[in-house]
Design a protein around this ligand. Structure first.
Ligand code: ATP
Length: 289
């Protein structure tokens, strides 16, 4: 028996860090939305009690370091599952890019194993379990668009933002999220207007969304990797309506409403950048089917 799932990437329309908590995590406010750039996860039931991971991408770990492996192990231990699984990850989402690829693979594995191993868990229960694997996994269990608070695991669903193209560009560097958070100095940073972004989404106000994009980690990453700033400049030059770094980077995305500008941006950036994608947002949340 097999289950096939799409594990979509997310972008942060806004990312704010409020303070560092006594437990070492940062208290965040993030507006995240899933986009039509996805890994494909294939789960095959195994009769023996093992978890196997394969992927065509050599940057994806094939052992317990893989977040999808950790998702399977968590369910196996919690619910004393005696069957095993072979997890194949067909990777499309750039790795260590600020797009939550690993978290989304883990979330899809939770949804898929719930079915394959007949666990009968709800989406909310899967999201709570996801938080044990990583702060972005809870959001990735649901997908769609949401405000994530706490350390990222408290999810309030939002409507889909106004429709537009998203052009993503990733330079040939990988960024460690932990390293960027370590470098973040909260004194004097300008915080994004999270409430303004939520209001703009509710109003379906594209100009408002563009005005309110913001990421408190952007300047930190820009200082370490000047190529990220260069991509931002290029995107503005090619006519982007808004430009922002996603997560801790290095992927930068542009919001663009018109098809012709999307083509100009996409073609212009391809000569300049390692990986470039033009995609739409995924409005729908995942469901248990
Ligand atoms: P985030 O936006 O949540 O910070 P990211 O997009 O920056 O995540 P990932 O692509 O999830 O980063 O990968 C970060 C690291 O996690 C990689 O260097 C890789 O070694 C490890 N990893 C674990 N599981 C996976 C997976 N399924 N896919 C990709 N990387 C994974």
């Amino acid at each position: 028996m097999k289950v096939l799932l799409k594990a979509p990437a997310k972008i942060n329309l806004s990312l704010d860090v409020l303070h560092k908590r006594p437990d070492g995590y940062h208290e965040v406010e993030m507006i995240m939305t899933t986009i039509d750039l996805a890994d494909r996860i294939e789960l095959t039931l195994l009769s023996e009690d093992t978890i196997k991971i394969t992927s065509q991408n050599r940057f994806v770990p094939d052992d317990q370091r893989n977040l999808a492996y950790q998702a399977a192990k968590l369910l196996k231990d919690k619910f004393q599952v005696k069957e095993g699984v072979q997890i194949n990850i067909e990777k499309t989402i750039p790795v260590a890019a600020g797009l939550a690829g690993g978290s989304s693979d883990a979330a899809a594995t939770l949804r898929g194993l719930n079915k394959l191993w007949k666990l009968g868990l709800t989406m909310d229960e899967l999201a709570v379990l996801g938080a044990e694997i990583g702060s972005d996994v809870s959001f990735c269990v649901y997908g769609g668009t949401a405000l994530a608070t706490g350390r990222g695991e408290k999810i309030e669903h939002l409507p889909a933002p106004p429709s537009c193209w998203i052009v993503l560009a990733k330079p040939l560097i990988g960024v460690s999220t932990a390293d960027i958070y370590r470098r973040l100095q909260l004194n004097g940073v300008s915080h994004p207007n999270t409430a303004g972004m939520i209001e703009s989404i509710h109003q379906q106000d594209f100009a408002g969304v563009c005005k309110n994009v913001g990421n408190v980690l952007e300047d930190v990453t820009l200082n370490v990797y000047p190529e990220v700033a260069q991509i931002k400049e290029q995107m503005y030059r090619f006519g982007a309506d808004a430009v922002l770094m996603s997560g801790s980077g290095p992927t930068v995305f542009a919001l663009v409403q018109h098809d012709s500008r999307m083509h100009r941006l996409y073609n212009g950036l391809r000569g300049f950048c390692d990986q470039v994608f033009a995609v739409r947002m995924l409005g729908e949340r995942h469901t248990l089917d």
